[in-house]
Design a protein around this ligand. Structure first.
Ligand code: SAH
Ligand code: SF4
Length: 396
């Protein structure tokens, strides 16, 4: 019988599994703390567990994170790990240190089926959902790998924040995501506050509703466009969950969210979504005005402008810096808190949207993406991007 990977379990599930071995809940709690707080995988070293239990665990269970393929450390302190999850799939995890915190960017899928136009992961196609152990294993491994080198004391944490912004659409892998989030929040696990765990989604509205009920953490929504025509072209699932639906889900989420705003991410694409008119549309949308909005429905938010990180074959370019700043200024003048994301880990290809890993594309996303590029709705985009490239060439 294959060993049971204990990284699959939140505390409740581990308690139930231990009960099957005839063990009391407090034993499960001890075991849980050894695994997640001490980073221990060797049952024989779990000194406060009875020897008989340690022997039993060693024969039926294991603590197994995905296999590390490589670790790259950037000059700015960013660390990127590649993990082999089998079947030709490699996923990526990135640690971003800042003065007052350490953020881990975790992957939720091998590839992604959403296929956003500007995203390198989307272009790779989709292979499969990660398991809870593979999601949580990234955190388990990274905390362990960073703790010693950073010279931290026992009980101190290298990772203070988690963002589900690596490869994949986390809300398309909800069943595996939920236990992983619970372990991150558990005081006997990683003890992160709900405000410090962020799920980023391209807009799976019904799943946003479920997350609100099951485990409300901070929410980031990848918006990128404030009209349905443009968002349909950039984020294909907008055709199913349009902006009105999305704004309603964001508004409703705030009733239980740990923060009193939604973060809207907006990737700045040269000549595509970065004009003063686009900024006006965005201001209108979040204030509940204009055609795409739910009339009168205001969504308290912060806007995070992400300079587009190019990748080979994207056919898109990042907006010039001055245009990003003008766009931000226009939003701020309208009263919207707006930040421009600093790009980190450039030298090791660890920036947003550059996480490509290696994915065996089992659902032919690449083929569909190619077809969509030939679709008339995409014509607008191709035309605008071509225009932008010409302008960039002219030194604008
Ligand atoms: N699937 C989720 C989370 C992973 S993507 C989502 O879409 O939200 C994490 C963030 O990186 C998203 O905001 C996404 O829009 C952004 N992103 C994707 N490709 C990018 C690129 N090439 N340059 C900059 N940001 C990008
Ligand atoms: Fe998937 Fe997010 Fe990339 Fe879109 S931006 S393809 S949802 S990972």
């Amino acid at each position: 019988m294959p060993a049971v990977n204990l990284l699959e379990f939140d505390r409740e599930a581990l308690t139930a599994w231990c009960a099957g071995l005839g063990e009391k809940p407090f034993r499960a709690q001890q075991l849980f703390r050894w695994i997640h707080q001490r980073g221990e995988r060797d049952f024989t070293r779990m000194s406060d567990l009875a020897r008989a239990l340690r022997d039993k665990l060693a024969s039926v269970a294991e603590v197994r994170a995905p296999t590390q393929v490589s670790e790259h450390r950037s000059a700015d302190g960013t660390v990127k790990w590649l993990f082999d999850v089998g079947g030709g799939n490699v996923i990526e995890t990135v640690f971003i240190p800042e003065e007052d915190r350490g953020t881990l960017c975790i992957s939720s899928q091998a590839g992604c089926a959403v296929g956003c136009r500007f995203c390198s992961t989307g272009h790779q196609g989709f292979s499969r959902n990660l398991t809870t152990a593979e999601i949580l294993g990234q955190l388990w491994h990274a905390e362990h790998a960073l703790h010693g080198p950073l010279g931290l004391a026992a009980g101190e944490r290298a990772i203070t924040n988690v963002v589900m912004m690596g490869m994949g659409e986390p809300l398309q892998n909800y069943a595996a995501l939920l236990p992983a989030l619970r372990v991150m929040l558990d005081d006997h696990g990683y003890g992160l506050s709900r405000r410090r765990v962020t799920v980023s989604t391209s807009g799976m509205t019904r799943m946003i509703d479920r997350l609100r009920e099951d485990c409300p953490v901070a929410l980031a929504v990848s918006l990128h466009a404030a009209t349905n025509a443009l968002r349909d072209a950039l984020v294909p699932l907008n055709r199913k969950h349009d902006l009105a639906d999305l704004m309603q889900a964001c508004h409703d989420y705030l009733a239980r969210a740990p923060r009193d705003f939604i973060t809207f991410e907006y990737c700045m694409l040269d000549g595509v979504n970065d004009s003063p008119e686009h900024a006006r549309e965005l201001i209108d949308l979040v204030h509940g005005r204009g055609g795409a909005a739910v009339a009168g429905l205001r969504v308290p938010c912060k806007i995070n402008l992400i300079p587009f990180n190019p990748f080979p074959g994207s056919g898109l370019a990042c907006s010039p810096r001055a245009r990003v700043q003008d766009f931000a200024q226009q939003l701020r003048t309208a009263g919207l808190v707006t930040t421009i994301r600093k790009t980190r880990g450039d030298d090791i290809d660890a920036a947003c949207g550059q996480l490509a890993g290696a994915v065996s594309d089992r659902t032919n996303v690449r083929v569909r993406l190619q077809r969509r590029r030939e679709d008339p709705a995409q014509g607008v985009l191709a035309h605008r991007a071509a225009g932008a490239a010409v302008r960039a060439g002219a030194g604008e």
